[in-house]
Design a protein around this ligand. Structure first.
Ligand code: FRU
Length: 492
């Protein structure tokens, strides 16, 4: 075996030993989620390489196994038959080469994607090394079994940024169209974030096509993790934008892709998720033809209470993307219903002031509320979740009918980051609104009207805070139904 492979194998071996030594104690530690994807140890950020290979779903992720904060990036790896139950696999990529490894902390195998090429599973990723010129290049690694990956000996396959970009040149997303491979890579130049496009016949030899899309001046000065894909008869582009050093909410754009010109023409653009803890989402198309998205359920530059226990970061639940008109709706994948048990239903509830729906609402659960906002004089309808008996700790979901906003308020949610998330309040034509809430021990994902708007936040309340209350201000609101289920743990 040549020197390159030995170095990579040694780096992988070291990472896997670290995981084996720590995973049992971390699995029992505080704040672990029950049905969200987490790494066995350490720090995670972006989902990478989402793909279905030989019938199974594969999820790779930005991973630092040695500590609960960001460090030289590895690619963690897991697979699943149903997108719900995940099996951890050995680390797929570790920094080991001159193009993805260095002497100071800023290096590693940065984000990227995966494709199935014949029998092979191919990862396409950014090698980042602080101090290298250029510091970010694109590489591939190949596997015949979907478990062990060999870095291509002639990496990098794109060894410099294009004329339209700069040193920030990362996060390749590859897909196939009409027998050719296409790749978008995020970059920036002159104050504008961009997705630049390459084309290849074999994943190794790439030709630069030009700028597929760029910021209109208001959409960020750096585009991370661009994902461009066909949906219905059109295309969608997802971007995680940066403004200076700040990462902001990912957005999507519906538009037209001209493969000959290599240009994506932007149409309507909207925020994907109005919460704080949603970044760097990536999609895959599965064998059923579904376009499924998973995001990183955490945020850059925040202190996370679980870090004290040796881990940080999780993934959102997988969400199927469905285009209706020019709205990209996010629907929790139907497989999640496998986790439901203990069904409860309440019908026709008139809410004035405050009612306690359940004293002890299971903190790992799904709740669906159908709310009738026709003819109400109320100015506000509120839901309190994970509320303590004395009412001091709580997370509120508020329908602000005066300002037409849906608010998730985690100012009193416990020991994590605080903050208020807001999304536009748009009722259905019949004046009703559906709220579907996925609660896990330390997260809330709110899907409004079948995923037209979504708000994702991490919260860190006391385990005993479990009350579920409803209240209104200024009038009565009728709730047509409240359905709820406990959700099983996938990690036992
Ligand atoms: C997005 C990101 C990517 C980069 C990776 C590094 O969260 O900054 O642009 O590849 O994280 O871990």
């Amino acid at each position: 075996m040549n020197r390159i492979n030995t170095k990579h194998l040694e780096a992988l071996e070291r990472a896997n030993q670290e995981i084996d030594a720590k995973k049992a104690s971390i699995a029992k530690s505080r704040y672990r989620l029950h049905y969200h994807f987490m790494a066995p140890t350490g720090w995670i950020n972006d989902p990478n390489g989402l793909v279905q290979y030989k019938g199974e779903y594969h999820l790779f992720y930005q991973f630092y196994p040695y500590a609960s904060s960001w460090g030289p990036m590895h690619w963690g790896h897991a697979k699943s038959k149903d997108l719900v139950h995940w099996e951890h696999l050995p680390v797929a990529l570790a920094p080991s080469e001159s193009y993805d490894s260095g002497d100071v902390t800023g290096y590693g195998c940065f984000s990227g994607s995966a494709v199935v090429d014949g029998d092979k599973l191919v990862l396409i990723y950014t090698g980042h090394v602080d101090g290298n010129l250029p510091q970010q290049v694109q590489n591939i690694a190949t596997s015949n079994d979907g478990i062990s990956f060999e870095k291509y000996r002639q990496n990098p396959v794109v060894d410099n940024f294009p004329v339209d970009g700069t040193h920030d040149f990362r996060d390749p997303k590859v897909w196939q169209h009409d027998g050719k491979w296409y790749m978008v890579v995020g970059t920036k130049k002159e104050g504008k974030g961009k997705a630049v496009l390459y084309v290849s016949d074999d994943l190794k030899d790439w030709t630069y096509k030009g700028v597929a899309a760029e910021s209109d001046g208001s959409q960020g000065d750096m585009w991370e993790c661009p994902d461009l894909f066909p949906i219905n008869q059109t295309h969608a582009l997802i971007v995680s934008p940066m403004y200076g050093t700040q990462n902001e909410r990912p957005f999507y754009v519906i538009g037209n892709m001209d493969y000959d010109q290599g240009i994506f023409t932007q149409g309507v653009s909207r925020t994907l998720d109005y919460g704080f803890d949603f970044y760097a989402p990536q999609t895959l198309v599965d064998e059923k033809g579904r376009r499924i998205m998973i995001g990183w359920m955490e945020k850059w530059l925040t202190k996370v209470p679980s870090q004290e226990f040796g881990w940080a970061g999780a993934m959102t639940i997988p969400r199927e993307l469905v285009l209706e008109g020019n709205i990209l709706k996010q629907k929790p994948v139907s497989e999640l219903a496998e986790l439901r048990f203990d069904y409860k239903k309440l019908d026709a509830l008139e809410v004035t002031e405050k009612v306690t729906v359940y004293e002890q609402q299971e903190s790992v659960s799904e709740i669906s509320l159908d709310i009738n906002l026709n003819e109400t004089e109320a100015s506000l309808f509120g839901i309190q979740l994970r509320c303590s008996a004395d009412g001091k700790e709580k997370t509120e979901i508020l329908l602000d009918l005066e300002n037409k906003e849906i608010v998730m308020d985690r100012e009193h949610s416990g020991c994590g980051e605080k903050g208020i998330s807001k999304a536009p309040l748009i009722m259905k034509h019949d004046g009703t609104l559906n709220l579907r809430i996925f609660m896990d021990t330390t997260s809330i994902e709110l899907f409004v009207n079948e995923g037209e708007q979504v708000i994702t936040n991490r919260i860190f309340p006391e385990e005993t805070s479990k009350q579920f209350n409803l209240f209104t201000k200024g009038g009565k609101v009728s709730v047509n139904s409240i359905e709820s289920w406990k959700l099983d743990s996938v990690w036992n």
